[in-house]
Design a protein around this ligand. Structure first.
Ligand code: NAP
Length: 313
């Protein structure tokens, strides 16, 4: 076991790296356990056009590389591995990576969220070969091809509209006969000639050998099966927060997000803070994640400065 540190940051998307920049500049010598998939969801995007400071846009992976460099410049130490286990029931808190145990007086959790999948075997087999969870990353590869997108929320509609820039046609497959997406997004989709809908339908199977050739759809009302010939399927059915590690240790809400106090990143355990998509159902933007990473760093710093009352800190 190593000596207890002031702060360990778990995760390395915009929230984790912003927390790293701030805690490093506050001389808290943060250790960022960045995960095997370091950089978070922006590593899966191409152009980021809405992150202030980059008037010409910036590639997602490049933005994350710059954030990491900035965090390193002020002395953040990185471990490129996944955390296996945490213990927030004793202090200093325990964080395990492989066989190594780290201890810290405070922890900032920025483990983000992951795209939900349909759970089909064929989906796994064809992921990256016609099945994608990221229209902005992969849309370009489907020029002049028919595509389908599954989901009925804002993401599905936004991605469907985006994909019409490339595809010959985009079919939105939705399990109900009413979209969940906001009215303005619905209007955009209904007004787009290249977008079709398959209502009350779910994807039963994805057929293709090394590439997507067609979908088998099941009508949720009649049970009838039908084929839809497409060359790509985009899955946009929401995200799940990456909180398995924290079950039983922190309060999570019904959807598994870490509960934080209003206008704060404080969790149910004093000294543990959560920032970014792991606690945010609503905004899920790189800039809001970065903003809450900054909040977590400032809250951790202030908490550490006044934590004499907590035994073991
Ligand atoms: P979401 O709002 O949770 O929508 C998920 C959609 O996928 C729903 O239509 C849901 O169907 C469907 N779905 C879920 N599981 C499914 C399954 N196993 N099989 C088939 N369909 C399934 O998620 P989201 O669209 O990613 O949006 C998340 C949040 O980000 C929302 O608050 C959204 O407003 C926001 N957002 C905003 C914008 C924007 O304003 N530009 C863009 C993107 C996202 P049901 O409707 O039947 O539940």
């Amino acid at each position: 076991m190593s000596e207890a540190r002031d702060v360990i940051i778990i995760g390395s998307g915009p929230s984790g790296l912003t927390a790293a920049v701030y805690t490093a500049r506050a001389n808290l010598h943060p250790l960022a356990i960045e995960g095997v998939g370091a950089g978070g969801q922006l590593m899966l995007t191409t152009d980021v056009e809405n992150f202030p400071g980059f008037p010409d846009g910036i590639l997602g992976p490049e933005l994350m590389m710059k954030m990491r460099e900035q965090a390193a410049r002020f002395g953040t130490e990185f471990v490129t591995a996944d955390v296996d286990r945490v213990d927030f029931s004793s202090r200093p808190f325990g964080v395990w990576v492989g066989g190594t145990e780290y201890r810290a007086r405070s922890v900032i959790i920025s483990t983000g969220a992951s795209a939900r999948m349909l759970g089909l075997e064929s989906e796994q087999a064809l992921l990256g070969h016609g099945v994608s969870t990221c229209a902005t990353c992969d849309g370009f590869f489907f020029r002049e091809k028919p595509l389908a997108i599954v989901g009925g929320g804002d993401s599905a509609i936004e991605e469907a509209v985006f994909l019409t820039k490339f595809a010959t046609k985009v079919t939105i497959v939705h399990r109900r006969e009413e979209l969940r997406a906001s009215k303005i997004m619905q209007d955009r989709a209904f007004a787009n000639d290249k977008i079709d809908f398959r209502w009350n339908s779910v994807v039963e199977d994805i057929v293709g050998d090394g590439r997507v050739e067609k979908l088998v759809l099941r009508d949720t009302v009649t049970g009838e099966l039908s084929d839809l010939a497409v060359e790509g399927l985009f899955v946009a059915i929401g995200h799940d927060p990456n909180t398995n590690l924290f079950k039983g240790q922190l309060d999570l809400d019904d959807e598994g997000y870490i509960v934080t106090e209003p206008d704060s990143t404080r969790t149910s355990v004093e000294g543990v803070f959560a920032a970014g998509d792991v606690q945010d159902h609503t905004y899920r933007q790189a800039i809001t994640a970065a903003g809450s990473g900054c909040m977590a760093a400032i809250e951790a710093e202030r908490w550490l400065a006044h934590a004499e009352h907590v035994a073991g800190v």
